[in-house]
Design a binder for this molecule. Structure first.
Ligand SMILES: [Zn+2]
Ligand SMILES: [Zn+2]
Length: 143
């Protein structure tokens, strides 16, 4: 079974993920951009049972970016860590950037391209979605 490990910048917090992770997307929404100080957040989701803090859980801070979504980060170094969803307590969102290894699956596409940073150009051929891929979002024509 796949085992992935990750850590924050100061290495005070370490975590472990067991098993296959969900689809991986680059999220270009303005919240992810600000949270990471980067053009996008490369992220995936897992079940809560797949995730374990190895050390430093007491160093975690939490910020609610929406009424039901909590973003966690290291209170020492500020590294972005997992997202927790009050409405889906069994689900965890996490950034690939903190991982020590490559997961078995690859990036599938781009989310929230409608609010992408104006200075960033997407240069791959992966599908692009204006918002979250779902009933209401539109796929941009890619050749
Ligand atoms: Zn840290
Ligand atoms: Zn986002």
């Amino acid at each position: 079974m796949q085992k992935l490990t990750g850590r924050c910048l100061c290495e005070g917090i370490e975590y472990e993920i067991s098993g296959e992770i969900g689809p991986i997307y680059n999220c270009h929404c303005s919240r992810c951009r600000r949270w990471h100080g980067a053009p996008y957040r490369t992220r995936s989701t897992i079940k809560k049972s797949q995730f374990k803090w190895v050390k430093g859980e007491e160093l975690l801070s939490k910020f609610y970016s929406s009424p039901t979504t909590a973003k966690t980060f290291c209170s020492v170094c500020g590294s972005s860590l997992i997202s927790l969803y009050d409405e889906e307590p069994d689900k965890i969102g996490f950034p690939l950037g903190g991982l020590d290894q490559a997961p078995n699956n690859k990036i599938e596409g781009h989310f929230f391209v409608g609010s992408k940073s104006p200075w960033h150009e997407i240069v791959d051929d992966l599908p692009q979605y204006e918002e979250f891929p779902g009933a209401r979002s539109t796929v941009r024509a890619t050749e």
